[in-house]
Write a protein of this length. Structure first.
Length: 164
């Protein structure tokens, strides 16, 4: 699932590049920029790229981590600290997912728009937050369980024979 979301993010990156490039080219060549480029980039491409990529970043172990003291702990304490950290992070992202899902449901029901020179719907982009954070939350819980079951984490603070 995380790799599929990464592909979607890559698709959004390419779309954004083509869209912005076409907007600039049309503006410079014909003084006729594409209408809605700023809104589309801000409310669709960027939101999707940031929030749908969260699980993939965790899968690749590329979130910011500080293990200055962690590596000095005995193996059993590392497992406890790691699992506790994963559960806390999963709780945070779970709450984030819950709230953003409520927001997305409300935005969908109201067919939320933003002020622009035209009718611009933003309610579909609200779902990227709940999807990305929900999958991330589940992934973090699975990593906590894997650390407890295997009773081992590596030097980087991830489950040995991880979930990649």
């Amino acid at each position: 699932m995380t790799r599929l979301l990464a592909v979607v993010c890559g698709f959004f990156l390419v779309l954004m590049m083509v869209h912005v490039g076409a907007d600039i080219a049309l503006k410079l060549l014909f003084n006729a920029p594409l209408v809605g480029t700023l809104e589309t980039v801000s409310y669709y491409y960027m939101v999707g790229i940031v929030f749908l990529a969260l699980p993939f970043v965790e899968l690749r172990r590329e979130h910011v981590a500080v293990d200055l003291f962690f590596v000095k702990l005995p193996q059993g304490a590392q497992v406890v600290v790691y699992a506790a950290g994963m559960v806390l992070a999963a709780g945070y992202y779970g709450l984030f997912c819950f709230q953003t899902t409520l927001d997305a449901l409300k935005a969908t029901a109201q067919r939320e728009t933003v002020m622009a020179n035209f009718l611009f719907y933003v309610w579909p982009s609200r779902w990227a937050l709940s999807v990305g954070s929900g999958i991330l939350s589940l992934m973090l819980l699975l990593k906590a369980v894997a650390a407890i079951v295997r009773h081992k984490v590596d030097d980087a603070g991830d489950v040995v024979e991880g979930m990649t």
